[in-house]
Every structure is written in structure tokens, then in C-alpha cells.
Design a protein around this ligand. Structure first.
Ligand SMILES: [Zn+2]
Length: 544
């Protein structure tokens, strides 16, 4: 079965292609055009834009913390059912089924859930398996767990840490490792409420910096393609830019990914002691070639913050709107659920919005800045089309700026920025770059051999409309969306990585779980048969 997408503008930055042409698909992959140019099915894309399926590297779409948010806020879901599409807050209540359909409608075909506590990996994968159409992956969270901190306290070898990280990846079926407020959650358990990069975790005598560096080294040495994914300390506070700058400097030329940098883009200037430090941060990112970041753009409206940064969420609990929240100080990282309403009339929220825009526009290289709202923390992922439109139009940004508090805009550089993203830059940031960052060689591009995940858009001047509702989306070569509506709801797989390890770690972990908790180490494992279906996981190769 050969399928041709005919005559569209093919934008494929990974293969340096931007031209009118055809895309051919066969057996779920992109193929070269056959000599006789005969197709079994042809889709007309004349006048349209053709890109690879988009990839989201950081979106909280599954797992027990996301589910706790749903259970805490049933009214959000009610709002969505009664008035579909009118309550952005319904992000908290979206069931797995809707998440898959809504992502696919925008042309997204792979999404990473970036914060899975290893002990809840099975829950996360069971929920991900219920999300239709798209492929998924998880990042496992380490850095506040007793085993790693004990290894470090005992000054065990780098090889021991590597084996533990490799064991965690294999057991939890994850694609990478994330660290969230390294050591901060462990310190929080001992009633510490302020925790920075050089602070030390009581009982373990290791600093946050040492945890980040230890994990960065292990991930790099194991050949895990995705760099250590870091949620820095001090999220959301005035002066957090200093922490981000110190963390960028700590990368030491090795790969490091900083998540949702917008939430660290704050200085202490101005009358209210809260200002944008985005220009300063962007300069540091531009200079640090081994560092990548995603933005975590804020948009205005009701949402819910869901985070394993329990120290930060505990601090934010009094800002909950509606006034209810949940904090769990249990498993290594714990978690916090705090609903929040970003208001355009609010000075701080307006600065946050501007900081995100500044980071997108001031970081030069679209291969190193990634497109996220930290869904649902900055905004639900359904806000993506509006954000893309803002990045592509200075005039549209000016219209928004005119509605925001002047005092807020005055502590940013946003009005002076003229840059407008091109479609090629959008395709780089949302397709080619995330595939490379995650080590997915056969995604994010349209060259022969790539998975046939393809999105076709009307070339509409209203970019938000264009990106909200793809004209056609193909998943593994099958048509799954037409005119923004799902046409077929198959189920994708979860992408995982399994670097080599000394199997002695398996026996050690079994003994550890037994002696420390009286539990089987099966607690942490995600076997194929638990998920069901043929081949629920796809193994991604290591870098070496
Ligand atoms: Zn996040």
C-alpha cells in the first residue's frame, strides 16, 4: 500500500528541505517516490503545509499526580462537558481519551510525560496506554530518592550510580531521567523550606549541585540520548534567575536540559521587586551550547499546577484558586496539586507571560529552545495554537501587550523585540529538534525511513486556526485526523530506553526493597503483560 501526499509545501528542517513536493508512505514509513509514481491512495495537499508529526517533550498527561488533580477538581470536568471548549480549566479533567484526540487534531503524534515517580510508573503507563492515536514516553524522576542519596553519602563509585540509573530506566520503561528540585523534596521532609543549588540535604550530607552533577554524569556516560532533564530549585520566586544561571553554568559543557525556564525568568528589579530576567537568561543559554531549555509559557485563564516539586507547591498552597489543594509528602519526591488562575490584569501574571515570550524570541537557536506550556502548569496544551501565532506575529503580540498592565510590560524587554518565527523555525522547534533531543532518529522528519507521522495544515493567515485544526494527520501512515476531527483511534506505543548494566544491581535492588521497605522490587517494574496488547513498548537505541 503506497500513499502519496501530493503537491504541498514540504517543510522538513532535519533534511534541509523546504519546497513544493510529494511525500510517499508505505508500511508505516516514509519511502522514496517509486519509479512509476503510482500510488494506491493520493491526498491533495496543494496550497497546504506539510510537516512531520509534532513532538511534545514535556506535558503532564498521566500518572497519579495528574489523576489526583482530576479527583480534586471534578467541577473542571463538569464545565467542559456542559460547555465544551469554553473552560480552559477542563485540562485538569481531560480523560486520557480526549488528550489523544486533542493532541492529534493539532498534528502532534508523540508526547512525553516528564515526571513519573518510579514507584508509580505502572500507573502512569496504564494511563498512557489509554491515550489513543499518539505515541508516548515517560521520564523517571530521581534525585530525592533514598537509594541514590545513600549511594552518594557512602561515596560509592560512578559505576554504581550508572547501574542504578540504568536499572531504574529498565524497570520503569522510561526514555530518560528527570531531577526535580534535586534534594529539595528530601530536605522538605525534614522541615526545610528554602533550598538552593548549594544547600545540603540533611541526613545525607550531599548538596543539590552534587545530585545534579552525579545524575548528569550517569545519564551522559550511559549514552541515554536525552540529557538529564532538570527542574531547578527555587521555581517561581523573584530572583529565581540566579538559580537558573548557576545551573546553566554547572552544565560544564555536558548536555543538560532545563525544564520550563520561564518559571525561573524572574529578577528583583522594579517597584514590586519582581521583573523579567529573560534577556539575561537567554544570553546565558545562547552562550552555553550544551544546554537546551523548554519554555513553559504561561497563558491567561484557569488551570491547575501539578508538580513533584513538593517544597514549591507547599509554598504556593495559599494562592490556590479555587481554594483547595493537595500536598503529598511521601514517596521520594512527593507532589503537590494547586489550582491557579492566571489573570491578564495581574502584574505578576503579565510579567510571567512576557518572560515566556522573551525566552522564545531571544534564544537564537530553534534547535535548543523547546515549545511547552509545562501543561497544565503554565496553560493547557490546547493553548499551543495561540502561542504559535504570537511567536509568528509581532503585531499580534503588540495587541496583547496593549491589554496588559503597563507597569508589568515596563519590567520586560518584550515590546522591543521584532523577531517573528518562520514556519521553518516552528517546524524545527516542534519536530526536528525534539526528535534529536530525545534520540528518536526516525521521528520529527520526513526523510525515507522515518515513521510516517505527518501533519498537513491549511496555509491560513490565522496561524492559531491553522495549528488548532490540522487538515490531515497520518500516524504510522494511517489517516487519523481530517479537518481537525479524529477519524480513527488506534493506540500508539510507549518509547523506552534500556542502557546496559551490571546485573549485580538487580540483586542489590531486590535486597534493598526487601530490607528497607519489606516490599518486592516488583513494585517499581512495568512488565509488558501488565499493559497488554502486542508490543506496548518500543525500544529506542542508546547513543553507543
Ligand atoms: Zn513539568
Amino acid at each position: 500500500m503506497l500513499t502519496r501526499i501530493e503537491g504541498g509545501r514540504v517543510i522538513d528542517p532535519a533534511n534541509d528541505r523546504d519546497e513544493i513536493g510529494d511525500i510517499w508512505m508505505g508500511d508505516g514509513r516514509i519511502v522514496e517516490a517509486p519509479l512509476d509514481a503510482r500510488a494506491d491512495a493520493t491526498y491533495n495537499a496543494v496550497g497546504k503545509i506539510v510537516m512531520a508529526g509534532a513532538i511534545d517533550i514535556h506535558s503532564h498527561i498521566a500518572g497519579w499526580s495528574v489523576n489526583t488533580a482530576r479527583l480534586l477538581l471534578p467541577e473542571f470536568r463538569l464545565g467542559s462537558a456542559v460547555r465544551p471548549g469554553t473552560t480552559p480549566a477542563s485540562s485538569a479533567g481531560w480523560p486520557a481519551f480526549e488528550i489523544g484526540c486533542l493532541y492529534a487534531a493539532m498534528g502532534f503524534t508523540t508526547v512525553v510525560e516528564p515526571a513519573v515517580s518510579p514507584h508509580y510508573a505502572l500507573h502512569a503507563h496504564l494511563e498512557l496506554a489509554d491515550i489513543p492515536i499518539i505515541d508516548k514516553a515517560t521520564l523517571a524522576v530521581l534525585g530525592n530518592d533514598d537509594f541514590l542519596l545513600s549511594l552518594m553519602r557512602a561515596k560509592e563509585s560512578a559505576a554504581a550510580v550508572r547501574d542504578y540509573v540504568a536499572w531504574t530506566l529498565a524497570a520503569t520503561r522510561s526514555l530518560g531521567i528527570k531531577v526535580i528540585n534535586a534534594g529539595g523534596a528530601a530536605a522538605f521532609k525534614e522541615n526545610i523550606r528554602e533550598f538552593s543549588l548549594d544547600d545540603v540535604v540533611p541526613s545525607y550530607d550531599v548538596s543539590s549541585r552534587e545530585i545534579v552533577k552525579t545524575l548528569q554524569r550517569a545519564v551522559t556516560d550511559l549514552g541515554v540520548p536525552h540529557p538529564l532533564h532538570v527542574h531547578c530549585n527555587n521555581l517561581g520566586i523573584a530572583g529565581s534567575a540566579d538559580t537558573a544561571l548557576a545551573t546553566i553554568a554547572a552544565a560544564d559543557g555536558l548536555p543538560l536540559h532545563l525544564a520550563h525556564l520561564q518559571f525561573y525568568g524572574y529578577g528583583k528589579e522594579g517597584e514590586r521587586g519582581f521583573s523579567s530576567a529573560a534577556a539575561h537568561l537567554a544570553e546565558a543559554v545562547n552562550a552555553a551550547k550544551s544546554v537546551t531549555i523548554d519554555v513553559g509559557q504561561v497563558m491567561f485563564g484557569q488551570t491547575v499546577t501539578v508538580s513533584l516539586d513538593v517544597l514549591r507547591q507547599f509554598k504556593a498552597r495559599n494562592q490556590a484558586r479555587p481554594r483547595k489543594w493537595a500536598i503529598l509528602d511521601g514517596d521520594a519526591n512527593g507532589a503537590g496539586i494547586v489550582p491557579y488562575n492566571y489573570r491578564s490584569a495581574d502584574f505578576y501574571n503579565a510579567v510571567q507571560w512576557a518572560v515566556g515570550m522573551e525566552l522564545f524570541l531571544l534564544i537564537d537557536d530553534p534547535w535548543r529552545v523547546f515549545f511547552t506550556t509545562d501543561h497544565p502548569n503554565g496553560a493547557p496544551f490546547t493553548a499551543y495554537p495561540e502561542i504559535l501565532a504570537l511567536l509568528m506575529s509581532r503585531d499580534l503580540r503588540a495587541q496583547w501587550i496593549a491589554t496588559l498592565p503597563a507597569a508589568a510590560i515596563a519590567v520586560t524587554t518584550l515590546p522591543s523585540i521584532n523577531r517573528e518565527y518562520s514556519l521553518v523555525e516552528i517546524a524545527t522547534m516542534t519536530r526536528a529538534a525534539p526528535a534529536r533531543l530525545l534520540g528518536l532518529w526516525d521521528r520529527g522528519h520526513l526523510g525515507a525511513g522515518a515513521v510516517a507521522d505527518v501533519a498537513v495544515y491549511e496555509n491560513a493567515p490565522d496561524r492559531a486556526k491553522m495549528f488548532r485544526s490540522a487538515a490531515l494527520v497520518f500516524k504510522h501512515g494511517a489517516l487519523v485526523v481530517r479537518d481537525g476531527m479524529p477519524t480513527q483511534r488506534g493506540f500508539g506505543r510507549a518509547l523506552a530506553i534500556e542502557p546496559g548494566r551490571d546485573r549485580a544491581i538487580d540483586r542489590r535492588m531486590k535486597a534493598y526493597y526487601d530490607s528497607r521497605y519489606g516490599l518486592s522490587d516488583d513494585l517499581i517494574k512495568v512488565p509488558d503483560h501488565a499493559i497488554g496488547g502486542p508490543e506496548p513498548f518500543e525500544l529506542v537505541p542508546c547513543a553507543r
